[in-house]
Design a protein around this ligand. Sequence first.
Ligand code: GLV
Ligand code: MN
Ligand code: MN
Length: 411
Amino acid sequence: MTAITADLHARIEQLAQIQSEVLGAGVTREIYTPAYTEAAELVAGWMRELGLLTRLDAVGNLFARWEGTEPELPLVLTGSHFDTTLDAGKYDGVLGVLGAVDAVRQLQAEGFQPRRTIEIVGFAGEEPRFGAGCIGSRAMVGALARDDLDRMRDRRGVSVAEAMRGVGLDPDRIGEALLDAEQVHVLVELHIEQGAVLESDGIPIGVVEYIAAPHDYRVTLTGEARHAGSTPMTMRRDALAGAAEIVLAVERLATGSHSGTTVGTVGILNLTPSAVNVIPGEVTMDIDVRDSDLAARTEVTDALLREIDAVAERRGLALDVITTTQDVPAACDPLIVAAVREAAAELGLPARGIVSGAYHDSMVLGSKVPIGMIFVPSVAGLSHHPDEYTAPADLEHGVAVLAGTLRRLAA
Ligand code: GLV
Ligand code: MN
Ligand code: MN
């Protein structure tokens, strides 16, 4: 391990100690919590150690600026997120922020002077605390309205606006987070793969070509909550039995998709009243369908909506379906793909093209600015899991390739 990697490892461990609540063996650090603010202060301190100028924007995105010799040129943005999903790993997102800090440290140590300004960004709320993820980057591209901040709620019913106020941010100022796309040359994001392609191929660097995008729905089925002992099977309108059919339909339709790359998940299921002796009267379920092939994803979601209608109709359940997220798959820019490939080749590191099954803030910013991503292997392809792990050598490779990429893009 080099000194830089040893530091990076230590910092990843230090950040992992800061949690908004403890749900298991993993890390839980949700956006707009005191723990997140504490983490942001720690990260900002590491950025300032390098002489970078830090600022927090109106939605809570953290920026650190390394001014170029021609600061009027569109800048190079690099970073990721340091919030986590529930009971998660230590590396998802965190690597892209702390790795960017280390890449800048490495470039400074080499005596490199960027022509374009380099800004490191820690995007706020990439993980979907409020149903949809990428709050910080959505605000930057103008895809998050003031009304959304009251409408979107977390699992305890807290709105984005309430949570923002709780950490001293003013939701009425959300518009100030809007990015001037003309001012951004590129965004490059370093991230763990979260899949097993690199590991199984024995290749240390993934050059992302496409980012798959989700279409998420919140489905509410309402039947009748009645006595579980005295209501005959023929007299029931069981919302959970209907939901169970839908769960299996999601699995079947995604598995049978013609692209071969569609994935479908029901990750949230809430039932009311949730008592052992009451037939479930109402179920809310969150469904996530993704693909890098938009046509295939649409075929699956169209078929799914038909099945959901049919299940509700047959079982006499009232139905409400809303879309919570509907993103478009993003293609990475050839300029950045080439820069990443050159940076890897310069270091003698084998690299391969790869598709990201996970979404990222890069997907959101991809609608406005050229984007690119660098992946490093995830052991056993495990992510959104306490055992998520990337070996120190792979962290080091990722940082070195990011540094080489930034050197090319900012020169
Ligand atoms: C991001 O965390 C995702 O769910 O892909
Ligand atoms: Mn994640
Ligand atoms: Mn992530």
